[in-house]
Write a protein that binds this ligand. Structure first.
Ligand SMILES: [Zn+2]
Ligand SMILES: [Zn+2]
Length: 225
């Protein structure tokens, strides 16, 4: 986001931390107390699949970067990101971008998981793209938003339970990669079942990507039965 715009907007609409709603300075995305409380990149999260309960044997991406568990303040942050406030997306995008840059992986592009046209019309931005933009900027690589599409969620109701779980119909290829053997960072806000990342990674590989790295702001913990 444009810095001058943020500075001027702050005069009329003082900036608030999206996690605790305390006032913060115009150039901050969350307050320092919330930042201290959040512990990014928990070690128990598997770097292969991005879940604490490893399911690496069933994934089509090559490794995962995940900032937080989807709980507490991080969950508030994701909910605010889906509700008109981009700050937490920028904050986690910066963390992910730096983490990926430090990992010495040489990715060629960043692709956000797409949202349906209907959802986009309602929200007016793709929350995954807010995160992806920062990763692309920090790593100095392009953001590609025209490769994949998502069908409207209403279509989901007509699917069988198996199809819904697999998410096989929801996503598709809109345009193809122009170069072969690209290494792509696939970005989403939350990894839940992993089926969205899996399906989108499979599509990227189908169009010739050599490797796909999943990057997400958060991952859910398995529900205790
Ligand atoms: Zn705060
Ligand atoms: Zn794993």
């Amino acid at each position: 986001m444009n810095k001058l715009y943020r500075f001027i907007a702050d005069i009329f609409f003082p900036n608030r931390c999206p996690l605790c709603l305390d006032f913060i300075s115009w150039d901050e995305f969350i307050c320092s107390r919330c930042a201290d409380e959040l512990k990014p990149f928990p070690e128990e999260i598997c770097p292969g699949c991005g879940k604490a309960e490893c399911f690496c044997d069933t994934i089509s991406y090559d490794r995962a970067f995940v900032c937080f568990y989807y709980e507490g303040k991080a969950k508030n942050g994701i909910l605010s990101l889906k509700d008109g406030h981009k700050e937490f997306g920028i904050y986690t995008g910066n963390l992910l971008g730096e983490r990926i840059a430090d990992s010495k992986l040489k990715a060629d592009a960043v692709v956000p998981v797409p949202m349906s046209v209907e959802s986009y019309r309602k929200r007016r931005y793709n929350q995954a793209e807010v995160i992806a933009e920062r990763i692309a900027e920090i790593n100095g690589i392009p953001l590609l938003t025209d490769l994949l599409y998502k069908n409207k969620s209403a279509v989901q109701h007509t699917l069988t339970k198996a199809e819904r779980l697999e998410n096989t119909v929801a996503f598709g290829i809109k345009s193809r990669l122009k170069t072969d053997n690209m290494k792509i960072i696939l970005c989403d806000d939350v990894i839940t079942t992993g089926s969205t990342m899996n399906r989108c990674a499979a599509l990227l590989k189908e169009m010739g990507a050599a490797e796909v790295y999943a990057a997400a702001a958060a991952t859910t913990k398995l529900k205790k039965e």
